[in-house]
Design a protein around this ligand. Structure first.
Ligand code: COA
Length: 250
């Protein structure tokens, strides 16, 4: 073999360095995900958003790991998902498989936001996870489901605000989610909340029955979050229907 020129030596050095940097980036990202999953009290990181009030609605939200959820609440979430989604799943290649959905919803890594009225009526929930996705730390929103009676009152949007705040303070790069292409109301909802087609979504030519939507999270804002007043409006949404309430006073 001939002697390597100084140009090719430099090139391999650069490649090695780039590989090392990439390995470090992935290791850092994984440690961010691990740290987020270890947080004992996620609610404490976004408590100013967990009370949602309009003139005819008083909602409180709690955030729990799946294994901390009350059995009845988990069963309600599974039932609501079936009521909202079964037909939509049945009309695409996924089909509805309740066992598989329950398995997904009860996975150890599942976190839940549960929204209920002051009188205890359960109104909405989100199943989410902190995870690595295509080499990046993301908050993946598996479900956002609102009872028919609770819709178009800003609750879904508030739930997304909570997810975005959690993503920001735990330094996740995106809130990402999978949406069915034949669910136009969900698409309108996510679009209104600032979500757009993610680069990991299947190419349009594939005409897949789902797409990946996301919102990039500016993690530099997390410091600002610590400093903002507890009575600030949800910072990510235009036209919110209610203001946040200072939960420290209640
Ligand atoms: C999609 C869903 C989560 C929206 O929740 P929601 O609490 O009703 O939404 P919000 O009131 O916060 O809506 C915020 C904005 O999104 C848009 N939007 C919400 N629902 C919409 C609909 N059905 N059609 C068109 N736009 C809609 C509107 O711009 C709305 O603002 P506006 O009411 O001031 O016009 C709820 O309809 C739902 O649970 N649907 C069934 C389950 C589902 O499809 N989940 C999503 C896939 S996992």
């Amino acid at each position: 073999m001939g002697k390597k020129s100084s140009i090719s030596i430099n090139k391999s050095k650069e490649k090695r360095q780039a590989r090392k940097l990439e390995q470090r980036r992935i290791a850092d990202a994984m440690s961010q995900v691990t740290s987020a999953n270890k947080i004992e009290d996620l609610a404490a990181l976004c408590k100013e958003l967990l009370v949602y009030q309009t003139k005819d609605l008083q909602v409180e939200m709690l955030i729990q790991r799946v294994n901390q959820l009350d059995k009845n609440v988990l069963n309600w979430a599974i039932d609501l998902t079936e009521r909202n989604m079964k037909k939509l799943y049945e009309t695409c290649a996924w089909g509805w498989n309740k066992e598989r959905k329950v398995e997904e919803m009860t996975d150890d890594s599942a976190w839940y936001i549960i929204a209920k009225e002051k009188n205890g009526t359960l109104l909405a929930f989100s199943h989410f996870r902190f995870d690595m996705d295509y080499g990046e730390p993301v908050l993946y929103c598996y479900e956002v489901q609102v009872e028919a009676a609770g819709r178009r009152r800003g609750l879904g949007q508030r739930v997304l605000c909570v997810l975005e705040k959690l993503a920001r303070v735990t330094r996740m790069r995106f809130v990402r989610l999978t949406a069915l292409t034949h669910n136009p109301s969900a698409y309108a909802f996510f679009k209104a909340c600032g979500y757009s087609l993610d680069e990991t979504s299947p190419p349009i030519e594939e005409a897949a029955h789902y797409e990946i939507l996301s919102k990039a999270i500016d993690t530099n804002d997390s410091q600002k979050d610590e400093e903002t007043s507890q009575t600030e409006k949800c910072p990510l949404s235009d036209g919110m229907k209610a203001v946040s309430v200072n939960t420290q006073q209640s």
